[in-house]
Design a protein around this ligand. Structure first.
Ligand code: GRF
Length: 240
């Protein structure tokens, strides 16, 4: 572990006063939506100054859709497969862009969203986009991250939140949560342990963005890296 990493306790940001205007957040999902649920819970509890303005799912059977409906959040289902036909990525992106333009989010969160988006979609997005990835980037971009980390004999593993850019899983890493890999860890077991970290890292990161502690402006990112704290990525260490 490098010596210049910063460990921050979640309690340290709890005392910060909340802004008047909540951050408008859109969430893109494909699966169970446990990370979406964490954001919904924090929003409803008043501990995260956000308004989830809409959820886009590329799967109509995603449990994330049920979670969004239960919270009365607008949902757009842009199904991967419609009437037995796969929706091409261009069509998906056209509809998704229209929907996002209508919702006018300040921030777009990819939380378990499993389609690869094009550079033109990302660059014409109405708001900055962040992605939750289950590895300590830049290690293990792409899929099967837990299995690959075990096979490589990694001592540490975890999850990252990074800015979405045209290159897959390659944008600036904002925050990471780290755990120690146990000798007896299986890929499934590690996935569950990492997902628990994700449930802390995501609201914590969104809070830092909502409070302006972290900025997604490229020039400010550069400044954060060069001069002032916090040095990115911020790392959250969790006893496990
Ligand atoms: C997360 O584990 C994330 O790392 C991966 O997809 C999973 C989504 O889980 N990209 P959920 O849908 O939030 O439960």
């Amino acid at each position: 572990m490098s010596v210049d990493t910063i460990s921050i306790k979640t309690q340290s940001v709890d005392n910060v006063s909340l802004p008047n205007k909540p951050l408008r957040v859109a969430v893109l999902v494909s699966g169970s939506g446990s990370n979406l649920q964490v954001l919904i819970d924090a929003m409803q509890a008043g501990t995260l100054p956000i308004e989830i303005v809409g959820v886009i799912s590329n799967r109509e059977d995603a449990y994330a859709v049920t979670r969004a409906n239960a919270a009365a959040i607008p949902v757009a289902i842009l199904s991967h497969v419609a009437s037995g036909k796969r929706m091409g990525i261009k069509t998906f992106e056209q509809h998704a862009n229209d929907q996002l333009q209508a919702w006018q989010p300040d921030l777009i969160v990819l939380a378990g969203f499993m389609r690869v988006l094009s550079g033109s979609f990302i660059n014409s997005s109405p708001a900055p986009m962040i992605n939750l990835h289950p590895s300590l980037l830049p290690a293990y971009k792409g899929l099967d991250t837990h299995q690959r980390a075990i096979q490589a004999g990694e001592r540490h593993h975890g999850c990252s939140i990074h800015i979405v850019t045209a290159e897959l899983d390659a944008g600036a890493v904002l925050t990471q949560a780290v755990l120690e890999v146990n000798q007896k860890d299986t890929a499934d077991g590690l996935q569950k342990r990492v997902q628990k970290l994700e449930h802390q890292l995501l609201p914590w990161t969104v809070l830092l963005l909502a409070k302006g502690v972290l900025s997604l402006e490229q020039d400010q990112l550069g400044t954060q890296q060069k001069t002032c704290m916090p040095l990115l990525p911020l790392k959250l260490y969790v006893d496990s």
